[in-house]
Design a protein around this ligand. Structure first.
Ligand code: MG
Length: 272
């Protein structure tokens, strides 16, 4: 396993500086996440490739956002996230295809996204529509030589497994975010490996707490301060033969983010 760091691509911040920081902090790989589709230009692709080469950093997965409102809670989230809301679906399928094309320009062989609150009821007509839309995106990624990875969190492991089975393509995988299973109250991430572990192709090292009310996600916290049992999780991944990246994600900004990344890296280095 090798440690990586998640960085965010935006128009206003210098991506070269962010990739340089990845290397300076001692990480071998990174994921790049992007929610601004206007960044998907040839010029930006060239800048990123150049920075990755210059600083000797590998891009493990390009994480594609999508346009429109996103609310990260249990009420609005059902209606706003991913490919589940019907009124946004076609636009977001197009966003994800563009993300896949941009990732191809970067040489990325994996893309990931949040698909939304996948319906737990496989008989729901929405479930069939979402599976069809996801198959279209995953087929596009396949044509670009990429795996399509589900970011975990908004559904139970069983529903995620069923969705992968029903899409039925051979380029599907999972970006395991163990904290998300906890923040959304959907599973213990260590136990989830029994169900979906064989599909894991990238990992977000993130920690968090379970929800304490029925409307809002649990809180994300620094690695080691939450409910993710990283010793058991890393051991479980090893038992599955996983030898891919462990990519630190800390969803805050500023000095505390840097400090938490440094302490998280030290914790993980003892485990991998
Ligand atoms: Mg994540």
């Amino acid at each position: 396993m090798k440690l990586g760091l998640l960085v965010c691509l935006t128009r206003n911040a210098d991506i070269e500086d962010k990739i340089k920081r990845v290397a300076e902090m001692g990480f071998a790989s990174c994921q790049i996440t992007c929610w601004d589709m206007d960044c998907y230009t040839e010029d930006m692709a060239a800048r990123i490739k150049n920075a990755l080469d210059t600083y000797g950093v590998t891009l493990s997965t390009f994480w594609c956002g999508w346009s429109g409102k996103a609310a990260w809670n249990f009420y609005e989230g059902q209606r706003t996230l991913g490919l589940v809301p019907a009124e946004r679906r076609a636009e977001r399928v197009a966003d994800l295809k563009r993300g896949s094309d941009f990732a191809r320009a970067l040489g990325a062989t994996q893309i990931a996204t949040h698909a939304g609150f996948l319906p737990e009821d496989p008989n729901s007509p929405v479930y069939a529509e979402v599976v069809t839309a996801l198959r279209e995106v995953a087929a596009h990624a396949k044509a670009n030589g990429q795996y399509f990875l589900f970011e975990t969190g908004q559904e139970t492991p069983t529903t995620l497994l069923r969705t992968i089975e029903d899409i039925g393509l051979d380029n599907l995988g999972i970006n395991l975010d163990p904290a998300n299973f906890i923040l959304y109250g959907k599973a213990n991430p260590v136990d989830a490996l029994d169900t979906i572990g064989r599909y894991v192709r990238d990992v977000h090292a993130k920690d968090g707490l379970y929800p304490t009310n029925g409307r809002e996600l649990g809180a994300e916290v620094a690695l080691g301060e939450g409910k993710v049992n990283f010793p058991l999780l890393i051991a479980g991944l090893k038992a599955l033969g996983y030898d891919g990246p462990i990519t630190i994600e800390r969803e805050i900004e500023g000095e505390k983010q840097i400090a938490d990344i440094i302490s998280g890296k030290a914790l993980l280095e003892k485990l991998i």
